[in-house]
Design a protein around this ligand. Structure first.
Ligand code: GLN
Length: 484
């Protein structure tokens, strides 16, 4: 399915395609490419949903996503589906309700066809921590798709669906977007309701879209963002993304983050950043270096904030109400500990231990409280930079997709891969990964992403930038992944 969501909806509105045909086509692609492991489940009720969309259209309802098949990460509740979060703990959990962001997609005429594979509870950067098998990168099957929203990114890159939803706590939409050659957007904290998103680290979590065009990105954001009475942290700001598509980058000031270029980036990543800067200048924007010194402490602070929040959020999976319960236990303590012991994978256990440790008496001040101070310094760094620049530029990741198994034995090297993305969540600002070229490694072309960061509530500006680059490059970096 190479058409965009906007094109497909247009065809449906003109009566040239039927919603049920689109759903069938998506199912075909999904089964043809099942070897990629992108989905945990398909949605049985999708054909009926498609019928419902057709009926609403006949009744004259205006639907901006009429009949568009979508995939959502398996930590988003969709009524009538299993929501596993990639974990044995929730293997048999059936959602009794639908997340606000997904509900808004459905109301706009989209049809959810699948629930995407992911790192267990969104903890990871490679989609190798799923209880339901690894996800493979469609550009090179021996490589990871990134994570934790790897399944959503692959579903879009491989043409199973035109758009998908993921969640981004420290880079989980942007980094897999970069590894797969698609757009991945992390909105300002609060612009998309988190109601119905299974919590990992609540002060950092945001839902974000994957797309293959700036127009689709804008369309999706216009549909899913905006206030929601069910999420007290959702902001009142109304979305105005499609209006941003026609603005210019002429006159914009871009800050190229020095610390993100200092070392460790592959030649292909460096070249992509340079090329994008030259392009922006040719469009009448200016680019100058800016310092963001706390970048060096971002990963440490992030993991000392995300894991305490996770250890507290995951306490609810005790086998008593809805998560896996181990058989044969006779008292409550052994029931809880054996249920949790059997249900969680090694990375989730490591995070719970780390988080509990960082919060415990005697260590709280040295770890959690210290990390919170760094979080403030990160926000100050961004505030200073945005005093001079409209948007900042970094690589999305220092390297393209790495090999399956390459970092699984060394958690610290996996965490270090998040260097360019975690600061954004710590500060709550919006950021977009843009497809920006390819790097050939061992005979394989792999996508490279460049990240643009805007000040809080500057989300729409990122769509303007994406569209300007897309037009100026004639969509050169927006190819479907090869199918094999
Ligand atoms: N890689 C980071 C982590 O493992 C970010 C994950 C995410 O954004 N959900 O925590």
């Amino acid at each position: 399915m190479s058409a965009s969501a906007s094109q497909l909806a247009q065809l449906v509105l003109q009566g040239q395609r039927q919603p049920s045909d689109l759903v069938e086509e998506a199912f075909q692609q999904i089964s043809l490419q099942a070897h990629l492991g992108a989905l945990i489940s398909t949605v049985e009720g999708a054909p009926e949903q498609a019928q419902l969309v057709a009926k609403r259209l006949r009744a004259g309802v205006s639907l901006p996503l009429a009949g568009v098949p979508v995939v959502v990460k398996d930590n988003l509740n969709v009524k009538g589906t299993r929501t596993t979060c990639g974990s044995r703990a929730l293997e048999n959990y059936h959602s009794p309700y639908t997340a606000t962001a997904v509900q808004r997609l459905i109301e706009a005429g989209a049809v959810v066809v699948g629930k995407a594979n992911m790192d267990e509870f969104a903890m990871g950067s490679s989609s190798e921590n799923s209880a339901f098998g690894v996800v493979r990168n469609p550009w090179d099957h021996t490589r990871v798709p990134g994570g934790s929203s790897g399944g959503s990114a692959v579903a879009v890159a491989a043409g199973m669906v035109p758009v998908a939803l993921g969640s981004d706590t420290g880079g989980s939409v942007r980094q897999p977007a970069a590894f797969n050659g698609v757009y991945g957007f992390k909105p300002t904290y609060g612009r998309v309701s988190r109601y119905g998103l299974v919590a990992y680290a609540s002060s950092l979590d945001q839902i974000g879209p994957f797309a293959r065009s700036a127009e689709d990105l804008a369309l999706l954001m216009d549909v899913i963002s905006g206030p929601d009475a069910r999420d007290a942290t959702s902001l009142e700001t109304l979305p105005a993304f499609r209006a941003a598509l026609t603005r210019e980058v002429r006159g914009m000031k871009f800050g190229l983050v020095r610390e993100a270029l200092e070392g460790g980036n592959t030649p292909g990543v460096r070249a992509a950043v340079e090329q994008i800067c030259t392009l922006l200048e040719s469009l009448g924007a200016s680019v100058a270096e800016v310092g963001l010194p706390t970048l060096h402490y971002g990963v440490a602070a992030y993991y000392l904030i995300a894991t305490p929040e996770a250890s507290s959020n995951l306490a609810r999976y005790d086998g008593m109400v809805y998560s896996h319960r181990a058989a044969g236990q006779t008292d409550v303590n052994s029931s809880m500990s054996s249920s949790r012991g059997a249900a969680f994978g090694p990375e989730v256990k490591r995070r719970i231990l780390m988080g509990t440790y960082a919060l415990s008496s005697g260590y709280y001040d040295a770890f959690y409280a210290k990390a919170m101070k760094v979080r403030r310094l990160v926000a100050d760094d961004f505030a200073r930079a945005f005093g001079h620049f409209d948007a900042l530029i970094t690589p999305t990741s220092p390297f393209p997709a790495f090999r399956l198994g390459e970092k699984t034995h060394d958690p610290l090297s996996m965490y270090a891969a998040d260097i360019d993305t975690v600061m954004v969540n710590l500060a709550g600002v919006p950021a977009l990964s843009i497809p920006a070229g390819y790097e050939t490694l061992e005979g394989r072309e792999l996508p490279v992403g460049v990240q643009f960061i805007a000040p809080a509530l500057g989300d729409e500006r990122l769509v303007t930038i994406a569209k300007a680059i897309e037009d100026a490059t004639n969509k050169a970096y927006l190819r479907l992944a090869p199918q094999n």
